[in-house]
Design a protein around this ligand. Structure first.
Ligand code: ADE
Length: 277
């Protein structure tokens, strides 16, 4: 996979990608990272790439021409049109599904904005995939580009040492990952679940699957409808929901009772005080 990144801060991209798994993948040739400085395509003697927005408003905008020239300098070295990802809070929210889809490409171009944004006209001409990494606003597109490249990289063959882990982790079956434990067997008085020490692979797999379902139901129930649950597992989910609902009702009952007891104790104290006076 060849990543080309159009940015005002190329070191932010190259230095981050050199670290750990992506760094090893660059060394092995499974990944290449080409960070292109948009400022090198400025067309004025001050190397300025931003200007005031027409119509007024806060901040500066990146101009269309340097962005276009930077993009063109990359695209013309490639054999075919390559998908151009623009990192923006207005884009489609990034998901594991999108990471898998992008990982099937041979090359990708990322466009990182700064200041208040980029002139719309160049975006219309070059962007194929506007992507957001979540509903919050960052100062630039470099961190989101690194997020997307990281998630895409681990789906590229040869990047992860262990081919299996790309598939078994969170989201691959639409479920969150089960809890994991390593040595020591007891830490802060907490024991590793017995089943993981049993050496019985069938039981371990069943326990992990159940834990994945439990975690997803607790933290991200919205993921369940598009997961790969069997009918039996759906029945398990329904039973759990019912059980939790009953437990909550029981808690509420206890709370109400406690409050009522507190009120009557306070009323008793008040009437005793009144009797004395
Ligand atoms: N640029 C600024 N904020 C962003 C976000 N949340 N996602 C993608 N790109 C961005």
């Amino acid at each position: 996979m060849d990543f080309h990144v159009l940015t005002l801060f190329p070191e932010m991209i190259t230095e981050s990608m050199k670290i750990s798994i992506t760094g090893r993948a660059i060394e092995s040739g499974a990944l290449t990272v080409n960070a292109v400085n948009i400022r090198d395509f400025a067309f004025n003697k001050h190397n300025k790439v931003d200007d005031y927005p027409f119509g007024g408003g806060a901040g500066m905008l990146m101009q269309a021409e340097p962005v276009y020239l930077a993009w063109e300098s990359v695209q013309k070295t490639l054999e075919k049109p390559v998908r151009t990802i623009f990192l923006t809070p207005q884009g489609e929210t990034f998901t594991q599904k999108k990471a898998r889809e992008l990982a099937s490409e041979d090359a990708l171009i990322f466009l990182c904005g700064h200041y208040e944004g980029i002139d719309e006209r160049v975006l219309e001409e070059i962007v194929t995939d506007p992507i957001s990494i979540g509903d919050y606003v960052l100062t630039g597109g470099e961190l989101p580009a690194l997020v997307v490249m990281d998630a895409v990289s681990r789906m590229v063959p040869g990047v992860l040492g262990n081919e299996e882990s790309g598939e078994t982790e969170s989201f691959s079956a639409g479920l969150l990952e089960y809890p994991q434990y390593t040595r020591p067997q007891v830490w802060h008085g907490k024991e590793v679940p017995e089943v993981l020490l049993s050496g019985h692979h069938g039981n371990v797999d069943a326990w992990r699957r159940e834990q994945s379902i439990l975690r997803t139901l607790k933290s991200r129930p919205d993921l369940l409808p598009s997961s790969d649950l069997t009918n039996k597992e759906w029945a398990f989910v329904r039973a759990l929901k019912k059980q939790w609902k009953e437990e909550r009702a029981e808690e509420k009952k206890k709370d109400t009772l406690k409050k009522a007891e507190g009120c009557s104790a306070a009323a008793d104290t008040a009437s005793t005080k009144e009797d004395r006076s």
